[in-house]
Design a protein around this ligand. Structure first.
Ligand code: SAM
Ligand code: SF4
Ligand code: F3S
Length: 460
């Protein structure tokens, strides 16, 4: 069922709310797909007549768009919802809604309903388009309205309120079929559904025509794209079509699953001039035994085959990864294999997480004899090892001129700007804020372990 046409509901809400100005505070947690959903939620609220605030104290409506990937993410949201009881006491007409991945777990939805009476609305991950209906129920007097049904995905491209005026996220698929044994995502986001290729191409063309410089294609496994379409389109095919769109822009994508990282995908990255020269390829562990228990469907050797194929083409190619430390019963040897993996691959950056038990997943039932102290120590060792790798590895950029999309002013360095190169490396340099949102050339003169520094050679 598709609830995309909610024009009638929206005009009924507008009639009830009248002309008074209303502010909404929408905060998204978790991955970029969730941030993209937050942009769609904002799009709907804008249609209803809300403007937006970054300060929850002045909001008439608060939507927390939640993440369930780790327990710490959930605890954070419960802490915030708890503290909002005060806001509701001060302003009884304040409306509080919880959206996103936490709501898709029955025990969490129950807990919200039972223990947090300040919450008025609960909205499932596949029910964004139900928001106007829920809001209307609330305005007509319902104490608590929830919709966690699985409607079709809400393809409200035109209605999004995007966070940036030059970088746009474009989800190309939703859900996940992989059921990695530690992961909650397939349970809260459903099975893989790919968007129609022509819709994606039109959306990207429109974004480029309206001045967007970076297009980030999103999916839990972007390189599994298209398998479920009536006329299957592969991810490399989609990349080539997007690369043919005229204009000056860069294409990024995330995440790629190693089991589907084909040589064709690698060739496509090298052959398409607009596709960023960077690959985020989450390995999770360097131990084939742990990978098997994680149900990742590749071995450490298979992963290294694809890395070697990339490095044969360009030994300096930029790779980043995700890693989990302390998977149930991860042995000292398993952890050593992870350290060996990061030293062998020389990632530019890693995103590492201590394993978090997720109720309902297969790993939650696995015995785990490793103490929290040991897991913490392994995490520190991993981060220290990566810091050394990054400091050394970033030096390869010194002397090169990098094309950089300027993101923002540098936080702690007046007069300096930061941006990202095609390789997804943070670049810091002196420059005028009018360059934000533009491509510039920067000659790299120094390397830290988190960024490189340089001198502007174009766009001055
Ligand atoms: N689909 C992507 C993939 O397979 O690489 C990852 C998406 S997931 C939202 C982002 C990262 O969170 C994963 O790569 C994994 O490292 C981490 N993650 C997922 N479940 C976790 C858990 N239960 N505990 C700790 N980290 C977890
Ligand atoms: Fe989670 Fe695995 Fe799916 Fe990634 S591929 S979202 S880690 S189940
Ligand atoms: Fe979190 Fe849901 Fe993304 S669980 S990581 S917000 S898909």
């Amino acid at each position: 069922m598709i609830l995309n046409d909610n024009t009638a509901l929206i005009s009924e809400i507008k009639t009830i709310l009248g002309d008074s100005s209303r502010k909404a505070y929408v905060r998204s947690f978790g991955c970029q797909l969730n941030v993209s959903d937050g942009e769609k939620i904002k799009g709907l609220l804008k249609k209803i007549g809300y403007s937006f605030t970054e300060d929850e104290n002045e909001a008439d409506l608060i939507i927390l768009n939640t993440c369930a990937v780790r327990e710490s993410a959930e605890d954070r949201v419960f802490g915030i919802v708890g503290s909002m009881k005060k806001l509701k006491e001060l302003n009884p007409s304040l409306i509080i809604g919880i959206a996103g991945c936490m709501t898709a777990q029955e025990h969490i939805a129950d807990k919200i309903k039972r223990s947090y009476p300040q919450v008025d609305l609960v909205l499932g991950t596949s029910a964004i388009s139900a928001l106007p209906g829920l809001l209307l129920d609330h305005l007509k007097g319902a104490r608590f309205s929830a919709d966690i049904s699985e409607y079709d995905d809400f393809s409200a491209a035109a209605e999004q309120v995007r966070e940036s005026s030059f970088k746009a996220s474009v989800p190309i698929m939703f859900g996940c079929n992989n059921f990695c044994t530690y992961c909650i995502v397939p349970y809260v986001r459903g099975r893989e559904r790919s968007r129609n290729a022509q819709d994606i191409i039109s959306e990207v063309r429109e974004l480029v025509n309206s001045g967007y410089k970076e297009i980030m294609l999103l999916g839990q496994n972007v390189n599994s794209y298209g398998k479920d379409l009536e006329v299957p389109v592969s991810f490399p095919q989609l990349l080539r079509e997007l690369n043919d769109i005229g204009g000056d822009f860069i294409i990024r994508f995330m995440s790629s699953h190693p089991k589907d990282a084909s040589r064709e995908l690698i060739d496509t990255i090298f052959e398409c001039d607009k596709v960023a020269k960077h690959l985020h390829l989450p390995v999770q562990s360097g131990s084939s035994d742990v990978l098997r228990r994680m149900n990742r469907n590749y071995t450490a050797e298979k992963y290294l085959d694809i890395v070697d194929y990339i490095y044969e083409k360009d030994p300096d190619f930029s790779l980043t990864t995700d890693l989990i430390v302390g998977f149930p019963d991860e042995s000292a040897e398993d952890f050593q294999a992870t350290l060996d993996m990061i030293k062998r691959v020389r990632y530019d950056n890693i995103y590492s997480f201590i394993y978090s038990k997720r109720s309902g997943t297969k790993a939650a039932a696995m015995p785990d004899g490793i103490s929290d102290e040991e897991k913490g120590q392994r995490m520190r060792t991993l981060l220290e090892t990566q810091r050394e790798i990054s400091s050394e590895h970033y030096k390869r950029f010194i002397g090169r001129t990098m094309r950089v999309l300027v993101d923002d002013k540098a936080k702690k360095k007046p007069g300096f700007l930061t941006g990202k190169s095609s390789e997804f490396i943070i670049v810091e340099f002196e420059g005028d804020p009018s360059l934000i949102g533009k491509f510039v050339d920067v000659e790299i003169t120094g390397a830290m372990n988190w960024a490189v520094a340089g001198k502007l050679v174009s766009g001055i």
